[in-house]
Write a protein that binds this ligand. Structure first.
Ligand SMILES: Cc1cc2nc3c(=O)[nH]c(=O)nc-3n(C[C@H](O)[C@H](O)[C@H](O)COP(=O)(O)O)c2cc1C
Length: 218
C-alpha cells in the first residue's frame, strides 16, 4: 500500500518539453489535425499511438470502456474492428453512439472523438481481417469474445487450433468480424502545457456538415 501511494505521489505529467500548438492556425476540419498529431506522436517515439479507448453505453445507459486498435481515419470517420457478438458489439447495435479517447504522453496531447457508429460491409470486414497479421486472424478465429471462459486450458486449445487454421487457410473468414466507422460530430484536441495553460480546441459538426471551432477553458 505504501509503495502504491509513494509511487503514485512521485509521478508527474507534462514534465517534459512539449510541442507548441497554435489553435489559430489549425485547419477548418478535425481530420487533418488528427492525422498530423498522430504522425507527430509516432515520430516523437510515442509507444502504440494507434491504441485508443472506446466508450459505449449498455442497455441501462451505463458507460463501458476498453482499449482498441485504430484501423484508419478518413473522410468517413474513425475505423475500428471487433466481433459484432462481443459486449461492445451488442452495445453498439442497441446504442450506436460512442466516444474514442487517445492520449499521447510523449507530447502531452489528448484527442477525444464523439460520434455515431455505423458498420461497414461484410467485404470491408473481410478486407480488414486480411490486411493484418496471421496472429490477428488467429485471434479473430478464436471467436466467442466476451463470453465466459471455463479454463485457461480451453483457451489454449482453441487458440492453437485457430493458429493452425490461420496458417493453413489464410483466406478464412470470420462471420462476426465487423468493421465499425465512428462518424464524428465532435472532436477535441488538448495540448498539455507545463505551466498548466493547456489549450483545448473543440470542433463541432453542424447539420450541413460544416465544422465550427471553439476554444475551451482547461
Ligand atoms: C492494446 C490493445 C488493443 C486491442 N485491440 C482490440 C481490437 O482492435 N479489437 C478488439 O475487438 N479488441 C481489442 N482489444 C481487446 C479489448 O480491449 C477488449 O478486451 C475486447 O474487445 C472485449 O471487449 P468487450 O467485452 O467490451 O466487447 C485490445 C486490447 C488491448 C489492450
Amino acid at each position: 500500500m505504501t509503495d502504491f501511494h509513494d509511487t503514485l505521489r512521485s509521478l508527474r505529467v507534462w514534465d517534459t518539453g512539449l510541442p507548441a500548438f497554435d489553435p489559430d492556425s489549425a485547419p477548418g476540419e478535425p481530420l487533418p489535425l488528427f492525422q498530423e498529431w498522430f504522425v507527430a506522436a509516432a515520430r516523437a517515439g510515442q509507444v502504440e499511438p494507434h491504441t485508443m479507448s472506446l466508450a459505449t453505453v449498455d442497455a441501462d445507459g451505463r458507460p463501458d470502456v476498453r482499449t482498441l486498435m485504430l484501423h484508419g481515419a478518413d473522410e468517413r470517420g474513425w475505423h475500428f474492428a471487433s466481433h459484432a457478438t462481443s459486449t461492445k458489439g451488442r452495445q453498439l447495435a442497441a446504442a450506436p453512439h460512442a466516444a474514442l479517447g487517445f492520449y499521447w504522453p510523449a507530447q502531452g496531447r489528448q484527442v477525444r472523438v464523439r460520434g455515431q457508429v455505423v458498420t461497414g460491409t461484410p467485404e470491408e470486414a473481410y478486407a480488414d481481417l486480411h490486411a493484418r497479421s496471421t496472429g490477428a486472424l488467429a485471434a479473430a478465429l478464436v471467436g466467442r469474445q466476451s463470453e465466459p471462459l471455463t479454463s485457461v486450458g480451453e483457451l489454449e486449445r482453441a487458440s492453437a487450433a485457430a493458429w493452425e487454421r490461420a496458417g493453413a487457410e489464410p483466406d478464412a473468414d470470420v462471420e462476426t468480424w465487423t468493421l465499425y466507422v465512428l462518424e464524428p460530430y465532435e472532436v477535441e484536441f488538448f495540448q498539455g502545457d507545463a505551466r498548466r495553460r493547456h489549450l483545448r480546441l473543440r470542433y463541432r459538426r453542424a447539420s450541413d456538415g460544416t465544422w465550427t471551432r471553439d476554444l475551451l477553458w482547461p
